[in-house]
Design a protein around this ligand. Sequence first.
Ligand code: SF4
Ligand code: F3S
Length: 377
Amino acid sequence: MAENEFNFSELEKRLGVNRRTFLKFCTGVAASLGLPTSAAVAMAEAVADIKKRPPVIWLHGQECTGPTEALLRSEQPSMEHLILDLISLDYHQTLDSGAGHQVEDMKKKSMHDNKGKYLLVIEGAIPEKDNGIYCKIAGETMTDLTREAAEHAAAIVAYGSCASWGGVQSASPNPTGATGAPQFLKDKTVLTIPGCPPNPANFIGSVLYFVTFGKLPPIDDKGRPKWAYGRLVHENCYRRPHFDAGRFATEFGDEGHKKGWCLYKMGCKGPETYNNCSSLEYNNIGGQVWPVGVGHPCFGCSEKGVGFNKPLFSLAEVITHTPPNMFPTIEDREDASGITAGAAALAGAAVGAAIGATAMSAKKLDETQSNSNTDKS
Ligand code: SF4
Ligand code: F3S
């Protein structure tokens, strides 16, 4: 690896991680995307080049700001550095310290100066009913703001379930006509990162891909990056052996629940929900930090037509009867072509390991550096 081609000391200052940690992170993300190791070098080069930082315009519609909160409050300090320094966050209604006309003018200037180059991130649903009057920012409707920002965007990302298809706002009877960015921007390609909240790792992996290759990663029929959403929650769930053996909890606190048995009969939607939570988990602190891991059935937050749609008590449709996770399958599901079975299986584990290792390394590095400023590796 031609390490001397990168200005690593500059990168270390900018991202708050050292060279070794950063390369480990890129290698993990490349592996999880099903790309060869050489792609990790390309990613490192792309991020090291400050000129490649894409300007980002980040809009908020109808939502709780959960996706942004998840990003900022994750137990991954290096992730926070990466996301805030990997991109040039020119406009973000939750994080901007300024407000009012000044900030709105800056947004317009950035969109004008960076026509065809900026990344548009949409968080929250877009209410279309009654000419969009149910969500206004700075006197303009979310519908107008979305159309305006989408016109010259290099790529569009819908971050969270609300932006991906409408989320809870679109649940029947949907009084405001809430919809997702892909449904609203019918003539555009929109990458969706659904989840309530979505896993920040799924966002950053996709942004790294965009920064490196200048295009979005391969997506499935719902706009989700295949590397992150190619497998059912059920396929890698650690309770899967109990499902296969017919051991089920039937209510909170019963014997089966206490023993960690399968939550299918409590309405777990893992068998019909595509996401990598069962392999990646949240916060990368280990210890099963994800809904099923803490004893709650998956409610299908990342699956259109399931999350906020099917009652929690209803039984999930079991889409595939694949072998348990200790027997890897050879064939992918039909619409997951483009990402190999090996890559999809690796996705959660690799990103989890890479980012988790990165976070821990960064933490240890911080401690080491505060004791001794001699780490030149
Ligand atoms: Fe896990 Fe839910 Fe599948 Fe049971 S039904 S194995 S708890 S994902
Ligand atoms: Fe959502 Fe189910 Fe994962 S509720 S966070 S898709 S376990």
